[in-house]
Design a protein around this ligand. Sequence first.
Ligand SMILES: *Cc1c(COP(=O)(O)O)cnc(C)c1O
Length: 414
Amino acid sequence: MNKQGFTTRQVHADRVLNKPADGTVHTATTNSVLYAFDDAQGIIDVFQGKVLGHVYSRSSSPSIASLQNILNELEGGVGAVCFATGMAAISGTLLSLLKAGDHIIMSQYLFGNTRCFADTMADLGIQISFADVTSVDDVKALYQPNTRAVFSETVANPATQVADVHAIGQFCKEKSLLFILDNTMTPPPLFDAKAAGASMVISSLTKYVSGHGNVLGGVVVDLGNYDWTQFPNIKSNYQVADTAQWGLMQVKKKGLRDMGATLAPASAVTIATGLETLALRMSRNCENAMKLATFLDNHPLVEKVHYPGLSEHPQHFVAREIMHGGYGAILSVDLVDRISPRDFINALELVICATHLGDNRTLALPVASTIFYENGLEERQRMGISEGMIRLSVGIEETDDLVNDFKQAFSKFS
Ligand SMILES: *Cc1c(COP(=O)(O)O)cnc(C)c1O
């Protein structure tokens, strides 16, 4: 199946990988919480891992297993575990694999809630250092003997710093460190996390993967790049015969089964449907973002545009090497001082003021006073977030309609 193009594989993945019953092309929503066994030995064998099967839907169920197969195929991994949200995937994965006394190097440019979660990990005794991931030397300088993992976003939200992923991947390989990448902003086929050397890729399925703003979900995929026999934290129970499954086995048991943030079966089916058009939507999202970024960059009332597709972006060349077919669809804008971000967003008519990204609709948000408010001024400055920054998540509308909305909004301030 791998030789076919991305969209071809996506629209056939459910049918080919999961073989839904009666010739249907979508896996059905299976709501049963429990699974009946004719012979008690059957449930014993599944519990003891001798036979694959479902016993209770907090741990696994058919609709979610099907989505996991599709997401794993999309990333070229060795397995996937879904969660109720992207944050559940992040917290479930990190808390399953790290323990008190471990050290993790995290990007200093993180999604606000992930940054707040880092404080929770620190309270639990996990040491954290924050690195400027645009430079691998900054990451290397923070390495200590108890470092277990590096966590970064590929392109950071909202200021669009691009991590030096290939160099970090190489460094992690040399040191046997887990390299966990949050790739929510640039899903495949835009960016190939496996080729970059990531061990695990996490994605909020709420965003581009589902795309329609009508479902929450998250996933972690093991990309098969990491040798789990080098990782000291895998419990003996989870050291199964196939060493490639050690990490996910522990995430499934601790992060999903014990912590319990299970994706709803109906959500899995909604996400799988959205996923069929991911490449088509993403290409339109990116094309619109590039055009809007160029328009804004040339506008006299705009101070600065943060978008990796612009040649003046500090990591434009890295982005050019690692992105395929676009530069993502998140861009952030600083307007000239005299225009307040609140007034400008209110002047937009088509663009929606909302906190979300990766939607079919274009969204605008003043970030310092909302999603990064709790992080405080100092942290925002370290993250490269200015107080007036407006984040735009560019949708799939007609480009002219978007540009015209910005034109009419600017006209109210000139
Ligand atoms: C939205 C987002 C998350 C969290 O995902 P939820 O599904 O909202 O929990 C994590 N990382 C990034 C980069 C995001 O944009």
